[in-house]
Design a protein around this ligand. Structure first.
Ligand SMILES: C[S@@+](CC[C@H](N)C(=O)[O-])C[C@H]1O[C@@H](n2cnc3c(N)ncnc32)[C@H](O)[C@@H]1O
Length: 326
C-alpha cells in the first residue's frame, strides 16, 4: 500500500517486527544499529549558539520549540516546515489531537516565531498541509511572512470516500522573509513528453528536442504538481515513518529556493527527508525531531546518502514526469 502522507490512519504498532516481503525495501532501524546511529544524533543539551558551524549537518532530538531557542541566529536560507497536520494522529510515542483552526493556526505561529530568529533576511519558507489546515497555515504565515504562492501536489493515490470526494492532494505554502529571495527556476524545470511535436517551416523542432528516442520539452514548473510519487514499499527511500514526504517533492523546494552550501532547517524532520535531500544536493542542514526512533531513521538515511546520491524522478538536472523515464 502506498503511504498516505496526510497523517491518516493508525500506525501499525507491530510494524517494526513484521517480516518484510522479498521486494520490500522499506528502511528500518535494527536494534543492533541503535547505539551506532544514536552516536550520530546531536544532544540538545550541548547546543551552543556561538559555534554556528558545529550546529550544521546535525539531527537533533527534541521539541523544536525549545531546541530552536538555542540554535544560532541568522544562518538559515530555507525553512521546510512539515508539521503534524491538524488531525488526530499518533507519531511514535506522541499523539497529536485535532484542534480548532484558530488554535492550530496560533500553534503554527509559535513555531514560525521560534524559527524566525534563525532565518536570514533572504530566506524562503515552505509550510506543508492539507485542505483542512491550509486556511490556518495561510493565516499564521500571512501575519509574519510574505506569502507568495500555494503549491498543490497530487498524492497519486488517495483513499476513496463514499460520501465525499476522494482526498487526493496536499498543499505547500511558499513564503519569504523579505522581498529579496532566491528562486532558481531553471533548476526545477519539468521534462514532459511532447504530444504534438510541431516543426517550424524549415523543419526544425519548435520548442522541443529529441533525447533518448523521446520528444521532450523542459517546461516551467507551475503550482500544481502531478509528477510526484508518495514513497511506497518497493522504493529505496521508503521508511516506516507514517507520513514521509517524497524526496522528489522536497528536492524541488531545495533546488528552487537555495544554493549549494546554503542551510536548510527542518524542525519536524520525521524520517529525515529534507536533510537527506539537502545532503544529496550539496546543501547543509539542521533537522529537529521529537521522536528518537524517527531521528534514528533519519540518521540511517543520512549515512546511506554518503554514497547513494540519486533522487528518484530527478535526473540530468531536470524533473521527469511520472513514469516517463525508461
Ligand atoms: C508530518 S511529520 C514529518 C515527516 C517528514 N517530512 C518526513 O519526510 O519524514 C511530522 C514530524 O514532526 C514530529 N514532531 C511533532 N511535534 C514535534 C516537535 N514539537 N518538535 C519536533 N518534532 C516534532 C513528529 O514526530 C513527526 O515525525
Amino acid at each position: 500500500m502506498p503511504r498516505d502522507t496526510a497523517n491518516e490512519g493508525p500506525v501499525d504498532p507491530d510494524s517494526h517486527v513484521a517480516p518484510k516481503a522479498t521486494r520490500n525495501r522499506t528502511l528500518r532501524v535494527d536494534p543492533s544499529e541503535v547505539a551506532a546511529l544514536r552516536a550520530d544524533l546531536a544532544n540538545p543539551a550541548h547546543l551552543c549558539d556561538d559555534e554556528a558551524e558545529n550546529q550544521l549537518d546535525q539531527v537533533i532530538v527534541g521539541d523544536c520549540l525549545s531546541v530552536m531557542r538555542n540554535l544560532p541566529r541568522g544562518i538559515v536560507d530555507l525553512l521546510v516546515l512539515d508539521p503534524p497536520y491538524n488531525r488526530s494522529k499518533r507519531f511514535g510515542e506522541h499523539v497529536h489531537a485535532k484542534r480548532s483552526l484558530n488554535t492550530y493556526s496560533a500553534w503554527l505561529g509559535t513555531v514560525l516565531d521560534a524559527a524566525r530568529p534563525m532565518l536570514k533576511p533572504t530566506a524562503s519558507v515552505y509550510i506543508c498541509g492539507d485542505w483542512q489546515s491550509s486556511a490556518a497555515i495561510h493565516a499564521a504565515a500571512d501575519d509574519r511572512l510574505h506569502v507568495r504562492n500555494r503549491i498543490t501536489w497530487e498524492r497519486e493515490k488517495g483513499r476513496g470516500a463514499k460520501t465525499n470526494w476522494k482526498n487526493n492532494c496536499e498543499d505547500i505554502w511558499f513564503c519569504t522573509v523579505g522581498e529579496n529571495y532566491a528562486f532558481n527556476v531553471d533548476s526545477v524545470k519539468l521534462r514532459r513528453r511532447v504530444i504534438a511535436p510541431y516543426r517550424a517551416a524549415e523543419g526544425t523542432p519548435k520548442d522541443w528536442r529529441e533525447t533518448e528516442g523521446s520528444k521532450v520539452r523542459d517546461t516551467h514548473p507551475s503550482n500544481i504538481w502531478t509528477d510526484v510519487t508518495v514513497p511506497f514499499w518497493s522504493m529505496p527511500e521508503n521508511t516506516e515513518h507514517p507520513t514521509q514526504k517524497p524526496e522528489k517533492l522536497i528536492a524541488k523546494l531545495v533546488l528552487a529556493s537555495s544554493y549549494p552550501g546554503d542551510v536548510v532547517l527542518d524542525p519536524f524532520l520525521g524520517s529525515g527527508t529534507s536533510a537527506v535531500v539537502a545532503k544529496k544536493l550539496g546543501r547543509r542542514y539542521i533537522g529537529i525531531e521529537i521522536d528518537e526512533q524517527y531521528a534514528l531513521l533519519a540518521a540511517k538515511r543520512l549515512q546511506r546518502a554518503e554514497t547513494e546520491r540519486a533522487i528518484q524522478g530527478y535526473e540530468d538536472g531536470v524533473f521527469w514526469e511520472r513514469n516517463s523515464r525508461r
